[in-house]
Design a protein around this ligand. Structure first.
Ligand SMILES: *[C@@H]1O[C@H](CO)[C@@H](O)[C@H](O)[C@H]1NC(C)=O
Ligand SMILES: *[C@@H]1O[C@H](CO)[C@@H](O)[C@H](O)[C@H]1NC(C)=O
Ligand SMILES: *[C@@H]1O[C@H](CO)[C@@H](O)[C@H](O)[C@H]1NC(C)=O
Length: 442
């Protein structure tokens, strides 16, 4: 059988599995029929479609020279070393000093972890995960990180992504010369062996991080009083060494699966793309959870470590590049569903969110949660510690300090219409033509 046929058969099995789902949970796919089947065959046609009129809610212009985020496995060792150096500068330089040296786009690594912690622990409900706002928040977040990298070393051009659909690219990323071997409960090795957890205390929190917040009224984090490390307070881990997820004590294996990656692309609504990518019947293989099993940042029933701490998970040096790969999938989804761009890509005006599971068994069946501020299309995204034009290096508002909404991210950081400062070298490993759909219009 050819690889394409093989993938097709696997996908058919997935559909049959999906058909057995119970209804009214966030994990159901309500439109699985046919979508998977035509996905692979129609790729070329869909991606060669001409770009039509611009979207009604959005006046952003395409960026004629987007920087290109490339597959990390195509990076040379010299390029990667420059990336590592820039990350250590972020890790070891305070905001004020860094901005004096590298300009306004500099961000300390601690600032970024703080931004993720604040979004994750907002008292209104998670402002960065488990719903419609997930990919919008993370698109903005990794861009702010990338802007800082480029402020430190412009020759980097753009950040890379780790292609979790490609076993060779994964093996390449997790070796000593790159992010270090991925050995359960072992510390990071190689270039990142000294990439320790950041210090934290209520005093550090209030003096270093609180000044950056836009509003403290919905903030629940107050600095770690348990172990003086930048972890969630509920985390009982006490060493500053970052360790990888313990994949020996889970019922799930942690293999990636290219078919699941592609399955999300063929979902026919924004909500179903999210469900497929974050929960879904393939959990934990879904494209978002799987990357956390490779890094510091997931919950586990019996283990507590930096690696099992969702809020502080950007501490793992693979975080940014793993989430770039999810944004790439979202862009592929857009390319597959071009008709939806006139409909705000079906992002509902009130957004949507899902409850966290309480047991392993329920992980595939998150339930829908009511609207809360931050998830709606026009809501300021994570307004306790938001994103602004100045932070993202993109002119969207008259006032460059105005906080962005989810709609702003969709408009101004769009990959399909090319309004973002960046794009990806290819939307999908092996399964798609290598050209960006916009290439021929440039
Ligand atoms: C980590 O720190 C130790 C002690 O300072 C040093 O000997 C070692 O070379 C460092 N590792 C890397 C990869 O820089
Ligand atoms: C939000 O906080 C950022 C970072 O401190 C700041 O630059 C921006 O002006 C603030 N915006 C608002 C509306 O408070
Ligand atoms: C798209 O979003 C805009 C801005 O929130 C809204 O005015 C418009 O009605 C939305 N369009 C659709 C088709 O939902």
């Amino acid at each position: 059988m050819t690889p394409i046929l093989w993938i097709f058969c696997v996908i058919v099995v997935i559909i049959q599995f999906a058909d057995n789902a119970t209804s009214s949970t966030c994990a159901d796919f309500d439109d699985t029929t046919h979508r998977y089947n035509i996905a692979l065959n129609d790729w070329k046609t869909l991606l060669n479609e001409q770009i039509g009129n611009s979207r009604s809610y959005c006046d952003a212009k395409p960026n004629s020279r987007p920087r290109v985020r490339r597959d990390l496995s195509k990076w040379t060792d010299v390029e990667f070393d420059k990336l590592v150096d820039a990350m250590f500068v972020m890790r070891n330089t305070a905001m004020k000093r860094g901005q004096e040296l590298y300009g306004d786009s500099f961000r300390s690594y601690g600032y970024l972890v703080a931004k993720h912690v604040i979004a994750s622990t907002d008292t209104r409900g998670d402002q960065g995960h488990y719903g419609s706002h997930f990919i919008m928040w993370h698109k903005a977040f990794i861009l702010e990180f990338e802007n800082s990298l480029l402020a430190i070393d412009q020759s980097l051009d753009a950040m890379p992504y780790i292609d979790y659909t490609n076993p060779d690219a994964l093996a390449d990323a997790f070796r000593p010369e790159r992010f270090g071997n991925r050995v359960a409960l072992q510390g990071l090795t190689g270039k990142f062996e000294n990439w320790t957890l950041l210090p934290m205390s209520s005093q550090i929190w209030s003096s270093v991080y609180v000044p950056y917040l836009n509003d403290t009224s919905t903030v629940s984090y107050s600095g770690d009083v348990v172990h003086d490390l930048f972890l969630s307070e509920s985390n009982s881990y006490s060493s500053d060494k970052l360790i990888r997820y313990d994949n020996t004590v889970t019922v799930y294996d942690t293999d990636t699966n290219p078919e699941y990656y592609i399955a999300c692309v063929s979902q026919s609504s924004y909500e179903n793309w999210f469900r497929c990518g974050d929960f879904g019947l393939q959990f934990p293989h879904a494209l978002h959870p799987i990357v956390h099993y490779f890094m510091a940042g997931n919950t586990h029933p019996t283990h507590t470590s930096p690696g099992l701490d969702t809020a502080a998970s950007p501490t793992d040096p693979t975080f940014m590049f793993a989430h770039a790969n999810i944004e790439r999938n979202f862009a592929m989804w857009q390319s597959y569903n071009t008709n939806l761009r006139y409909d705000n890509w079906t992002y509902p005006s009130t957004g949507f969110a899902c409850y966290l599971p309480t047991t392993k068994e329920s992980k595939a069946h998150y339930v829908r949660k009511d609207y809360y501020y931050g998830i709606g299309f026009e809501d300021k995204i994570s307004s306790a510690f938001g994103f602004t034009d100045r932070q993202l290096g993109v002119s969207a508002h008259k006032n460059p300090d105005e906080l962005w909404t989810n709609a702003d991210v969709m408009c101004y950081l769009d990959l399909y219409d090319g309004t973002a400062p960046h794009t990806y070298d290819t939307y999908a490993y092996r399964l798609l033509p290598s050209k960006h759909p916009l290439d021929k219009n440039r």
